[in-house]
Design a protein around this ligand. Sequence first.
Ligand SMILES: [Zn+2]
Length: 434
Amino acid sequence: MGIVLKDILAILPNGEKDEVRKTCIYIEGNRIAAVGEKPKGFREDKVIDGQDRLVIPGLINCHTHSYMAFMRNVADDLSFMDWLFGTIDPIEQQMTDEDTYWGACLAIIEMVKSGTTCFNDMQMNIHQTTRAVKESGMRAVISRGLIGSGHDEAGQMRLRQAYEERDAAKDCDRLSFMLGPHAPYTCDDEFMRVVSEEAKKNGMRIHVHLSESVSEIEQIREKYGLTPIEMADRNGLFDVPAIAAHCVQVTDEDIAILKGKKVSVVTNPASNMKLGNGFAPIGKMVEMGVNVCLGTDGAASNNSLNMFRELGLLTLIHKGVNKTPQCISAREGFRIATINGAKALGLEEETGSIEAGKKADLAILDLNTPSLTPRNNLIAGLSYSANGSEVETVIIDGKIVMEDRKVLTMDEELVYKKINEIIVRMGLDKKEYE
Ligand SMILES: [Zn+2]
């Protein structure tokens, strides 16, 4: 099928920068066939009028737990360890595979509606997120969360599930897989070594949580006399391309390790603030040349999966924390939310920018909205004033997944109904806000 975005304003890469330019974009099959000139023999099956519209590369959410969308607003205003082990863990003990499937569906609807076309997920119930991804037309990178100690059977079972899930999704090229050792406080050093050996052997990337809270730092320091980043490095996690979520409580030596080992850092500002974990030194990391990308974390700790809100926070909080208005500019922020994410996931040849040959992963925004008026600086508009409601049409892998704000691939009403039923069944509906 050939789709043309006709005479549309687009955010296009120009060297290391992005520029806004009016152009035509030709999509053939799942790829962008051309930007500008119509390719020879191109068949126009559908024309999208670009009048008063802006097309951007779909945003890339580099760290989330999509199944947690049904846990939105169920565990608020708690310390990190109370949130995780006191509230979320008991809910996870009683959730079924179907619950996680509906959670992933809700997450995908929320992400598509706010312009995200690819997400990097860590989860536990295999086949459920991949099922939602396959049905919805979304692009995703999946890690089965791995927890283990030494060569224990539970850890080995999780590893087998990770491969089983990967092998069962071979028919869907919108899905790719990483190994996901959960965190240094849930994986001991020997198990970390087991996972890094597996990753090397199987040519897989690593997705891990590191240095998220002060209590994690204290716990790992007490157990190993190291920072979580030093512990991960010593056990080989960074010997393959790795993506580390959070990196909030880090030393300069930690940042040097991340840079030296080419580890991508996913910053999750809303989740870090909401759990009282603090602010990652993102300005310093960018300055030192670390590839920084952006994520929402799960809806249980954010409580939103809207990357526009995250982009707004990213481009504001570091200015405030460092008392420097130049820290993380609108342009830098936009790249962090797009191409840097693609690099972190090893997908930079496929997505993250609007270029001929790449997969057509695009979000079209309505410019006749207060937040994007006037049109004097649309990149600033995306970073500082857009809220995601401007996203009108979303194309993923060359297919229109949302048109005029209607998600075409999923039954939205059914998903909302199912989620509300889960909350009632678990007795979470009567939770009073104290
Ligand atoms: Zn997380």
